[in-house]
Design a protein around this ligand. Structure first.
Ligand code: 13P
Length: 287
């Protein structure tokens, strides 16, 4: 069931769990994530970066594929199709393509410009019944060409942006896209608590979900995080399982070259990662 992310995130905030956003790259990714969400009776958010959208030939293709899969697979759990780290133009494209949720990442603009653009997109999203995520501070590392210095968000700026009426707010708290370096200092719970204090009930989003230890995830949820984004970890699971299949020479046996066989271990590995995350985030049986 394709829906905006608003209701699922409000329920998660009130129930003290988080909904996973799993980024998609192609049909296998989407199918695996939807299968597990349905199996575990969990709400889910499918994240699409601008790079992944381009790879899949455009947001219209993505929206059509997700809508059709949701129907053909008879998915009964709430699913939001969400633009990840969207540009201003990307947001308009996704709204037009039929996404149910957008993220406008204006974190690299001066705060006044971030506020002005977010405000405009909030009005449109509200009018169309879509959910909208904004970002303050920045997520460190790189994701599909989006590079951040990883500065912690200013709680006062978070309040200014939250007051615009966004559905959810991503705030930099020392989190990083991709693998965490060995010398990573961990999440800044001080910053998170200060933001929570300012923004009250606003569901908060934790980006860079790959590799954050379980205790930190649980603490973040207890401090108001209601959505956690995972991308790299599914890619790594897929890569490892595919490598094993090929290194074991399975692609050379019988019809092992058939793409449905070749991609099956990777797809199964994505499913296992998604299962573990849904378990950890506490969203199983909350659909
Ligand atoms: P990871 O790739 O580190 O899991 O981050 C995902 C993310 O935050 C998507 O916006």
């Amino acid at each position: 069931m394709l829906v905006s992310a608003k209701e699922m995130l409000e329920k998660a905030r009130d129930g003290k769990y988080a909904v996973g956003q799993f980024n998609i790259n192609n049909l296998e990714w989407t199918k695996s994530i939807l299968q597990v969400a349905e199996e575990m009776k969990s709400p889910v958010i499918l994240g699409v970066s601008e790079g992944a959208g381009k790879y899949m030939t455009g947001f219209k293709t993505v929206a059509a594929m997700v809508k059709a899969m949701d129907e053909e697979m008879k998915i009964s759990v709430p699913v939001a199709l969400h633009l990840d780290h969207g540009t201003y133009e990307g947001c308009y494209k996704c709204i037009k393509a039929g996404f149910t949720s957008i993220m406008f990442d204006g974190s690299h603009y001066p705060i006044e410009e971030n506020i002005a653009k977010t405000c405009e997109l909030v009005k449109i999203s509200n009018a169309m019944g879509l959910s909208i995520e904004a970002e303050v501070g920045s997520i460190g590392g790189e994701e599909d060409g989006v590079i951040g210095m990883g500065e912690c968000a200013d709680p006062n700026e978070c309040k200014q942006v939250a007051d615009l009426g966004v559905t959810m707010l991503a705030a930099g708290i020392g989190n990083i896209h991709g693998k965490y370096p060995a010398n990573w200092k961990g999440l800044s719970f001080e910053t998170l608590a200060a933001i929570k204090e300012k923004v009250g009930d606003m569901p908060l989003v934790l980006h860079g979900g790959t590799g954050i230890p379980a205790e930190m995830i649980k603490k973040a949820i207890s401090l108001g995080v209601a959505k956690i984004n995972v991308n790299t970890e599914c890619q790594l699971s897929f890569q490892e399982a595919t490598r094993k299949y090929i290194e074991a020479g399975k692609d050379l046996e019988g019809k092992g070259f058939d793409p449905r066989k070749l991609l099956a271990p990777g797809a199964e590995a994505i499913k296992q990662t998604v299962r573990e995350k849904i378990e950890l985030f506490g969203s199983a049986n909350k659909a």
